[in-house]
Design a protein around this ligand. Sequence first.
Ligand SMILES: *Cc1c(COP(=O)(O)O)cnc(C)c1O
Length: 388
Amino acid sequence: MIWDELETGLAQLAAAGLLRRRRTLDAPCGPEAVIEGRRVVAFCSNDYLGLANHPALVAAAREAAQRWGVGSGASHAVSGHLRPHAELEERLAAFVGRERALYFTTGYMANLAVAPTLVGRDDAIFADKLNHASLIDAALLARAEHVRYPHCDLDALARRLEQSRARRKLILTDAVFSMDGDLAPLPELFALAERFDAWLVVDDAHGFGVLGPGGRGSLAHFDLPPSPRLILMGTLGKAAGVSGAFVAGDQRVIEWLMQRARSYIFTTASSPILAAALLASLELIAAGDERRAHLQRLILRLREGLRDLPWRLLPSPTAIQPLLIGGNEAAVQLAGRLFERGLWVPAIRPPTVPAGTARLRISLSAAHDESQIEDLIAALHDCADHRD
Ligand SMILES: *Cc1c(COP(=O)(O)O)cnc(C)c1O
């Protein structure tokens, strides 16, 4: 019975063009990927600054392996909190200008920690409809009322906050939307949080390291002052090039998370090697103005080059440049044709994006060079000219 259901389910995914396929890479993360012996230019990773395989991070990791070993051995609260973890938290808090930071194994875990630890049954979460899946799961886990407002619609959000009788309110948003690349109106969201006495939790997975002075992220980009009601989540597997995440904010909030967040307490601390690599990464991020300027030039050139395609390039100012295709099959086919030309751009389909909005998610990195961008522009024009 259950086997029939699984088989039917898989067949349905295949028929709808929704089966996910993994490709195994035979080279480190970088602008060129090696797949089944073929070298292709990859526009897939979130390694926005090109740090994932940077020699300084590799050296820090190697030295940390010698000094600290590989495993942490336990959760942070038991005996897994090693000196590199402690140092990383201090440096992260100072870097983003908040009282304290807590280091998590992944961004998914960090998001599962925040909302469920701060709000519960009599409370309400107000969430942008295009939020990352981990924020949606966090809201479900919190068991609070889950109010989803239309994407970046401040009036709709204000109305819902006004109507709410909830004891505690928490606004939850991506800073840079992961499949659209646009920015949330953080100053306006913060003003609403103040007006309605709510928390504002900002997921800066795609802004940390890339946006703002020194790469300090989306809050710095908008020059938002620290406030106890403002909670920042940043991930460390994207621009920072390693893995993990942090939550930063008011020291009482962070202490409460450390005491109560189940996804923090009931999991083994990540390897000290990663914390050491992240310390090296933070230095490169802070000194990364040139990398960020190069990335910005690539973004502008790509946008200019893709202006007159039959597919709409979504209005994104960030390294995430989505080309809207529509149908699942059409998106997969176009991605396939690019791949034949040695260009790897992932097709993103539902449920990651709303039905009918399948897209190519072009993600750029400071590790790309101009000629790779020109190749992608030329190939997309060629595909557009030879559509059937
Ligand atoms: C990637 C991502 C996460 C999850 O972070 P991981 O460290 O990969 O688990 C959370 N939120 C957003 C918006 C993301 O893009």
